[in-house]
Design a protein around this ligand. Structure first.
Ligand code: AMP
Ligand code: GLY
Length: 447
C-alpha cells in the first residue's frame, strides 16, 4: 500500500518509523515531514492543511491511505473533504470527521459531550460576552486555584491556572476581551482537579476500539516540573499507576461511553482519541480519590507521548489502521511490548521563549554504538540496540542536519526497568551535540 502521513514533528517521525516497518507498506510519503522522516520515507513539500495540494498529490501518486498527525487539518475538515470528493471518496483518512474533531476544537463542546454521556470531568460552566457578570459570580463559588480555558484551539496555550480570585476575574475578562482572539470568545471555567496526569490513547473504527499503551508526558521546561510549559520535554510508557484495575475504570467509565456517545450523536470517528486524564487524589462529586477523570480530549496522538507509545506496539500498526478504515478493528491484534520506554527531548537553549535555529546537529550516528560519550561502557542494565532517535524540529541544510525548532530531537529507549530505559536515553542524548542543547534528566523520576 502507498500511505501518506501528514505532519512534521517528533510525533510524525515516530508514526512514520512504525508505519515503515509494516510488510504492507510499498511506499511511505510524509508531508511535509522533517530530516528524520526522510530516513524512513519520502518527504513531500506540502503543508498538512493544503487540502488542494494534498488532493493533487494523492491522485497523482495513487495513495491508498492518508494518516493525519496534527489536529489542524482534522479541525479544518480533511476527513469530510475526502468523503465529499468523488475522486477521493474511496481513499480512507485516519482521523475523525470535522464534527468529531470538535472534541478538541471546542472545549465547551467537549465538556457538554462528557456531561451528556455521564463521563467524569471537572464541574464547569461556559461564558461569553453576554453573561460576564454570571461568570464572575460563578468564579466566587469555586475554590482556588481557578481554571480558565479558551474554548477554541490556541496551540496548547489557552489554559490559565490562576491562584487568586482577583487574578481569576481579571484574566477571565481579559480572555473574553480577546486575549486569545476568537478562540477565547467563549471561556470554560472549571473546578481545579488535584492529582497526577496520564495520557491514554484509543484507536477506533467508530464501532470497535483498541486501547494503546498509555504514557505520561512532562510539560515543564525545568527539572522537578518547574518553569514554563513547553510542547513536551519527554515521556514514559508504561505508567506505573495506570495498573489493570485503573485501566479497567478508564475503559468502563470513559472509553466505552465516549465511543457510544459519538455513535449516538451520529459523529463519524475513525481515528485516534487521546484522553488527557488525571488520577485524582481526593473525592469529587463525580469521582472518588484514585479514580480517572477527563481533563481534555484530543483527536490525534500526543507529542511526545507517541515517541514512547510507538516503541511499545509490537503489532503491525498498518494492519490496525486498515482495521479502522474497514470497520473491522476487532478482528486485528494489538500486542504491547512489556518493556519500559523513556523518551527524552532535546531542545534549543532559550526554548520555550526566544531561541536560535540553524545549528548543526552531530553525533546521531553514534547512538547505539555501545559506549558513552566519553568512551566508557554503558550504564548497568543498558544494552546496545535499545534506542531510537526521532527528529522533532530539524531540517537539512547543505547536506547537514540542523536545528529548525524549539524541540529538536528525541531519544527513546527500551529498558527492563524505567531506570534502565532512562539511563540509556540520557547516555545517548549526551552523545548528540548541537549549540545550546538542553534536556531534562528527570523524566519519569516522579513515578
Ligand atoms: P488542556 O489544554 O485542557 O490539556 O490543559 C492544559 C493543562 O492544564 C493540562 O494538561 C493540565 O495540566 C492542566 N489542567 C487543565 N484543566 C485542569 C483542571 N481542571 N484541573 C487541574 N489542572 C488542569
Ligand atoms: N503531550 C500533549 C499533547 O500532545 O497535547
Amino acid at each position: 500500500m502507498k500511505l501518506l502521513l501528514l505532519g512534521s514533528g517528533g510525533r510524525e517521525h515516530a508514526l512514520a518509523w512504525k508505519i515503515a516497518q509494516s510488510q504492507k507498506i510499498e511506499k511511505l510519503f510524509i508531508a511535509p515531514g522533517n530530516a528524520g522522516t526522510a530516513t524512513v520515507g519520502e518527504n513531500v513539500p506540502l503543508k498538512a492543511d493544503d487540502f488542494e495540494g494534498i488532493r493533487t498529490f494523492v491522485l497523482a501518486n495513487a495513495i491508498d491511505m492518508v494518516v493525519v498527525g496534527p489536529e489542524d487539518p482534522l479541525v479544518k475538515g480533511i476527513y469530510d473533504y475526502f468523503r465529499q470528493d468523488s475522486a477521493l471518496a474511496a481513499i480512507p483518512v485516519i482521523g475523525p470527521s470535522k464534527a468529531g474533531a470538535v472534541l478538541e476544537g471546542s472545549k465547551d463542546f467537549a465538556k457538554g459531550f462528557m456531561q451528556r454521556h455521564g463521563i467524569p470531568t471537572a464541574a464547569y460552566r461556559s461564558f461569553n460576552g453576554t453573561n460576564i457578570e454570571e461568570g464572575l459570580r460563578f468564579l466566587e463559588t469555586l475554590q482556588p486555584p481557578y481554571v480558565l480555558k479558551a474554548d477554541g484551539l490556541c496551540a496548547g496555550k489557552g489554559v490559565l491556572i490562576v491562584p487568586t480570585l482577583d487574578e481569576a476575574k481579571r484574566e477571565f475578562r481579559g480572555m473574553l476581551d480577546g486575549m486569545f482572539g476568537q478562540a477565547s470568545a467563549t471561556v470554560v471555567v472549571e473546578e481545579f482537579l488535584s492529582g497526577i496526569e496520564c495520557s491514554v490513547f484509543v484507536l477506533t473504527d467508530g464501532e470497535h476500539y483498541k486501547i494503546l499503551p498509555e504514557a505520561k508526558d512532562y510539560k515543564r521546561i525545568g527539572e522537578g516540573d518547574t518553569g514554563l510549559n513547553t510542547g513536551g520535554m519527554g515521556s514514559v510508557s508504561p505508567v506505573p499507576f495506570a495498573d489493570a484495575a485503573w485501566m479497567q475504570k478508564v475503559e468502563e467509565r470513559i472509553v466505552r461511553p465516549t465511543i457510544a456517545g459519538l455513535k449516538a450523536e451520529g459523529i463519524t470517528y475513525k481515528g485516534f482519541i487521546f484522553l488527557g486524564l488525571i488520577k485524582v487524589d481526593r473525592d469529587y462529586a463525580y469521582a472518588k480519590s484514585g479514580d480517572p477523570v477527563v481533563i481534555e480530549y484530543n483527536v490525534r496522538m500526543g507529542d511526545p507521548e507517541t515517541e514512547s507509545v510507538m516503541l511499545r506496539i509490537q503489532s503491525d500498526l498498518v494492519d490496525l489502521l486498515e482495521g479502522v478504515a474497514q470497520g473491522n478493528l476487532h478482528e486485528r491484534t494489538l500486542v504491547a511490548d512489556p518493556r519500559n520506554v523513556v523518551c527524552v527531548m532535546m531542545v534549543s537553549g532559550g526554548y520555550p521563549e526566544k531561541y536560535d535555529k540553524g545549528y548543526e546537529i552531530t553525533g546521531i550516528d553514534t547512538v547505539n554504538n555501545g559506549q558513552t560519550a566519553d568512551g566508557q561502557p554503558l550504564p548497568p542494565g543498558c544494552s546496545r540496540d535499545e534506542s531510537v532517535v526521532f527528529h522533532a524540529g530539524t531540517a537539512m541544510n547543505d547536506g547537514k542536519v540542523v536545528t529548525a525548532g524549539g524541540r529538536v530531537i528525541a531519544v527513546s529507549s527500551y529498558g527492563d526497568s524505567k531506570d534502565a530505559a532512562l539511563a540509556k536515553s540520557f547516555t545517548e542524548a549526551a552523545k548528540i551535540q548541537f549549540e545550546k542543547k538542553y534536556f531534562r534528566r528527570d523524566i519519569g523520576a516522579d513515578l
